[in-house]
Design a binder for this molecule. Structure first.
Ligand code: UDP
Ligand code: MG
Length: 317
C-alpha cells in the first residue's frame, strides 16, 4: 500500500449524467492502486441533480466529500475551494466528464512516488473534434502568452494534474480574485512533467464553453499574467508622437515652399479617425487592467459554501 493519501478534486457543474460513471471508474481504480484517498466534489451551483447524487453517495462512501456552493462561481473558484480544503499529500484536479482519463492516474502516482518531479501535468496532443478556427486561436494564444508572461504554459495543457502538498500550499497562498490556474501552476514553479495523451470526447452532458467564453478566458489569462499590453499602449503613444512631429515639419516646410492651398480635408478626417481609434484601443487596454484592479481591491470572497459534509471548512473564502 502507498503510504501517502491522495485527494481528487472534481469541480461539477450540471454533471448528473457523467458523475455516476466517473465515480464508479475512479473508485474502482483507486481501490486497485491500494492508496488512501478522498474524492472531493465541488458542486458549483448545479441546477440539476448533481447535489443529490453527491449527498447520496457520501452517505454510503466515507471517502466521498462534497462542498456545495451557494451559486455558480466558475471552475476556477471550484478548484480553489478544492485546493483550500484537500487534505491529501498528493492532490489531483479532474473534470467530471471523463475528459481527464482516470486511467492515467496510476502512472502519474508512480512518477510522483519516484520523487523526481513535484507535479505531473497532462497535455492533449491532438485537438480532434474541435473546430479548426478554435484550434488556431488556441495555438496562437499559447504562443503569445508564453512570449509575454512569466507563466509558462504548454500548448494543449489541461487543468488535470497531480501535485505534491508543497505545490498545493503555494497555490492556496496565491489568493488573487482573478484566477487563471493554468498561469498560476506555471508561475509557482516546481518540477513538472508533462504527460501527453490523446484527446477524449466528453462522455455525457455538454461543455460549458463556447468560442466567445474561450476568447474572454484567453484575454483574461494575458491580462492576469502580463503587463506587455500596457507597454504596447505606451509604445503606440510614443510612435504616434514621433510621427506627428515629423508630419509637423513636413507641413511647415511645404507651407513655406508652396504657400497655403486649402486641401487635404479627406486625409485630415482619416488621420483623426485613425488616431482616435488608437487612443480608444489604448484606453481599452488600460480599462482591462483597471477593471481587474477594481475587482481585486474589493476583496470579495472567491466562493460561498451553502453546505458540505467536510469538517473545519471555511464557509466563505
Ligand atoms: N465546471 C465547473 N463550473 C463551471 C463550468 C464547468 O465546475 O462554471 C466543471 C465541469 O463540471 C467539468 C469541468 O469544470 O467538470 C470542465 O468543464 P467542461 O467539460 O465544460 O470544460 P471543457 O472540458 O469543455 O474544457
Ligand atoms: Mg470537459
Amino acid at each position: 500500500m502507498i503510504k501517502e493519501k491522495i485527494s481528487i478534486i472534481v469541480p461539477c457543474y450540471n454533471e448528473q449524467e457523467s458523475l455516476p460513471i466517473f465515480y464508479k471508474e475512479i473508485t474502482t481504480l483507486l481501490e486497485k492502486i491500494n492508496i488512501d484517498y478522498e474524492i472531493l466534489f465541488i458542486n458549483d451551483g448545479s441546477r440539476d441533480k448533481t447535489l443529490n447524487f453527491l449527498k447520496e453517495t457520501s452517505e454510503i462512501d466515507i471517502n466521498v466529500k462534497y462542498i456545495s456552493f451557494s451559486r455558480n462561481f466558475g471552475k476556477e473558484a471550484a478548484m480553489y475551494a478544492g485546493f483550500c480544503n484537500a487534505s491529501g499529500d498528493y492532490v489531483a484536479v479532474m473534470d467530471a466528464d471523463m475528459q481527464d482519463p482516470p486511467s492515467l492516474l496510476p502512472e502519474m502516482i508512480k512518477m510522483l512516488e519516484e520523487k523526481e518531479y513535484d507535479s505531473i501535468a497532462t497535455r492533449r496532443v491532438n485537438r480532434e473534434g474541435e473546430p479548426v478556427i478554435r484550434s488556431w486561436f488556441a495555438r496562437k494564444f499559447y504562443q503569445i502568452i508564453n512570449k509575454i508572461s512569466d507563466a509558462d504554459i504548454v500548448d494543449g495543457a489541461r487543468d488535470f494534474r497531480l501535485m505534491k502538498r508543497e505545490m498545493v500550499d503555494a497555490i492556496v497562498s496565491m489568493g488573487e480574485y482573478n484566477r487563471f490556474s493554468k498561469g498560476i501552476f506555471g508561475w509557482i514553479g516546481f518540477k513538472t512533467y508533462w504527460m501527453p495523451y490523446e484527446n477524449v470526447e466528453r462522455i455525457a452532458g455538454e461543455t460549458k464553453w463556447n468560442f466567445w467564453k474561450l476568447f474572454k478566458y484567453a484575454i483574461d489569462g494575458i491580462v492576469n499574467f502580463s503587463q506587455v499590453p500596457l507597454n504596447i499602449a505606451s509604445w503606440f503613444g510614443m510612435i504616434m508622437t514621433v510621427i506627428s512631429f515629423l508630419f509637423l515639419i513636413f507641413i511647415v516646410v511645404r507651407r513655406l515652399i508652396f504657400g497655403d492651398p486649402v486641401a487635404g480635408w479627406a486625409s485630415q478626417v482619416c488621420i483623426t479617425i485613425f488616431i482616435g481609434g488608437i487612443q480608444l484601443f489604448c484606453i481599452g487596454i488600460m480599462g482591462q487592467y483597471i477593471a481587474k484592479t477594481y475587482m481585486e481591491t474589493k476583496k470579495r470572497p472567491h466562493y460561498i459554501i451553502a453546505e458540505t459534509n467536510k469538517k473545519d471548512v471555511e464557509k466563505i473564502k
